[in-house]
Design a protein around this ligand. Structure first.
Ligand code: C5P
Length: 221
């Protein structure tokens, strides 16, 4: 039968990327982590010393960047002008700066254009903040995946936060602050699309969420 597009949105640390990657692999679809694209632009901006007040310079920067996502295990690999930046874009500096860069209109316009092209052939599972509401408004399945901020901070802490030197309290604050910025920005803020299915994973395992999304997808293929 025909392939569909699946949009998975939600706040930071809700498990979107793990869930989206597994769903894609089980369906034989392509997984696209749009957060990684915003992180790659943030890395390039930090390296060039361009602040977020310089929309003109950021617009020029992003139009000249080659950002490529490649399948990889356990994570998708991200290339910035040919350089593998998969690890670098997960640093605390990038995480702290990414929401401000992602609020800049020309940055979004350029990345959204790229994301739409990647989804044209269908068979894509795309995760982010504005996929169902803006990037792929016609996606056949939209999921809004959330969990309590305490639970999201705990998961992050176990996964990478402790290694990166965060305390649990710092992670909770960082996540809450990033959510606030993503929800309050003027250009395509983080919001549940009207036709998105709300999944709260606070008390569910990754596997349960994956199974639920597969069930939902069966009804739409
Ligand atoms: O998903 P991840 O936490 O890696 O995303 C990093 C940041 O990129 C988010 O906090 C948000 O500011 C931005 N982002 C966005 N739109 C998307 C995906 C990510 O604004 N579709």
């Amino acid at each position: 039968s025909d392939r569909i597009n699946i949009a998975i949105d939600g706040p930071a640390g809700a498990g979107k990327s793990t869930v989206a990657r597994r769903v894609a692999s089980l369906l034989g679809y392509v997984y696209i982590d749009t957060g990684a694209m915003y992180r790659a632009v943030t890395l390039a901006a930090q390296r060039s010393g361009i602040g977020t007040s310089r929309e003109d310079l950021l617009a020029e920067l992003v139009s000249n960047l080659d950002i490529t996502l490649k399948p990889g295990d356990p994570v998708q690999r991200v290339f910035l002008n040919g350089e593998d930046v998969t690890g670098l874009i997960r640093s605390r500096e990038i995480t702290a700066g990414v929401s401000a860069v992602a609020a800049v209109e020309p940055v979004r316009t350029s990345l959204v254009d790229k994301q739409r092209k990647l989804a044209l052939a269908k068979g894509v599972v795309m995760d982010g903040r504005d996929i169902g509401s803006h990037v792929l408004p016609d996606a056949e399945l939209k999921v809004f995946l959330t969990a309590s901020v305490e639970e999201r901070a705990k998961r992050r802490y176990k996964e990478s936060g402790a290694e990166q030197g965060y305390t649990l309290e710092q992670l909770e604050r960082e996540i809450a602050e990033r959510d606030r910025m993503d929800e309050q920005r003027l250009v395509s803020p983080l919001v549940k699309a009207k036709d998105a299915v709300l999944l709260d994973s606070t008390n569910d395992t990754i596997d349960e969420v994956v199974q639920r999304i597969l069930e939902l997808s069966r009804g739409r293929i």
